[in-house]
Design a protein around this ligand. Structure first.
Ligand code: SAH
Length: 338
């Protein structure tokens, strides 16, 4: 069985022809997928016989709201979605001055094993299809009666560990017949799979690439992120520089600040040296403490000092605002509880 919502127009055209239908049906079917239908039954202007035939080999992916939490502090909405096969994933919708932003998942679970992250506990269950990534946006939009303007691939999972479906998602999300969200409104966050970054760069997408760096050197990075044992920081930074050269896009480095691990003045200075002269932005994230985790959040004075040091060294740095603090809005926590 293949997912129609994950297909490009050309692929749908192929399916329609293979089913012995007239070519113009492809346009209609693609438009229905672009409207975000969750089932064949929602399609009204295609022959029932055609749909019955398609049901034998194809399905339409969806996500169903299992649980929804709304922050009383800032209106942030967190969804626990159930997938077709009973897997659970999370998405978060945030309201900013410039519009709505959604953080979506790319895998059920994750294999990357970062010590501070709730999503990776229990490993990866499976990759999501592009259609399931799109469905998170469609379902949230319908539920909240809003249009989302920005998408971040920063929920559960490692998008570049699901490269094919993630790139497919990026192709489809910009479609005029679909969500029509431009590449400049999309951020993709990776823990730093160097070979995949090199592959991604050849597509020259205008998305924002975010790198979860979290440390100024390999010793500290390996304590926090197993992926750092596979690729050194130097290899990662070289890949980032090549990426910037190829795409002309500024990279965003994420740095989760962890008490007594990577929050010292020396770390800030070392980080500044590492990123000096790069077209980049640094996002400091006060680490969210997860249940039974041993990564603690430093007090805010420490984080402000860390920010100031980076700024003194000429680096464009901000501290990420915490949204949805009362609903455990950061990824993996809701699914974990389940
Ligand atoms: N796998 C991708 C995207 C998902 S994680 C990646 O690693 O980038 C999204 C971001 O949240 C990453 O920067 C990740 O390191 C960060 N993150 C995960 N758990 C966190 C926590 N407990 N506190 C703060 N940031 C966290």
């Amino acid at each position: 069985m293949r997912d129609l919502k994950s297909m490009t127009f050309d692929e749908i055209a192929g399916v329609v022809t293979a089913c012995g239908e007239k070519p113009f049906r492809a346009r209609q079917l693609f438009e229905w997928m672009g409207k975000g239908v969750d089932d064949f039954d929602e399609i009204t202007n295609l022959p029932a016989a055609m749909l019955d035939k398609m049901k034998q080999s194809y399905y339409v992916s969806y996500v169903k709201i299992e649980k929804k939490l709304v922050s009383r502090l800032d209106g942030t909405v967190k969804y626990l979605f159930r997938l077709r096969d009973g897997e659970y994933i999370e998405s978060v919708v945030m309201h900013y001055k410039h519009g709505y932003s959604i953080c979506i998942s790319t895998q059920a679970g994750c294999n990357m094993g970062c010590t501070f992250c709730a999503s990776t506990r229990g490993g990866k269950h499976r990759d999501l299809t592009a259609g399931e990534m799109l469905s998170q946006i469609y379902t949230a939009q319908k539920d909240l009666c809003i249009r989302v303007s920005n998408v971040v691939l920063m929920g559960m999972g490692e998008p570049l560990d699901n490269y094919k479906q993630t790139v497919r998602f990026l192709q489809l999300v910009g479609c005029e017949q679909g969500l029509h969200i431009g590449m400049r409104h999309i951020s993709l966050s990776t823990c730093g799979l160097v070979d995949q970054i090199q592959k991604l760069q050849t597509l020259r997408l205008q998305i924002t690439l975010s790198i979860s760096l979290h440390a100024p050197n390999d010793t500290i990075r390996r304590q926090l992120m197993p992926v750092a044992k596979k690729w050194s920081i130097q290899q990662l930074i070289d890949a980032c520089k090549a990426y910037i050269d190829e795409t002309g896009r500024r990279i965003s480095f994420e740095y989760a600040v962890v008490k007594d691990v990577n929050d010292s003045d020396a770390c800030a200075v070392e980080l500044a040296g590492l990123l000096k002269g790069m077209l980049c932005h640094i996002n400091l994230i006060p680490v969210n403490q997860i249940e039974n985790g041993n990564c603690m959040r430093p007090d805010m004075n420490r984080i402000h000092r860390f920010e100031a040091l980076l700024q003194q060294h000429g680096l464009n740095t901000t501290i990420r605002r915490t949204l949805g603090a009362d609903i455990a809005a950061s990824c993996g926590q809701l699914r974990g509880n389940r």
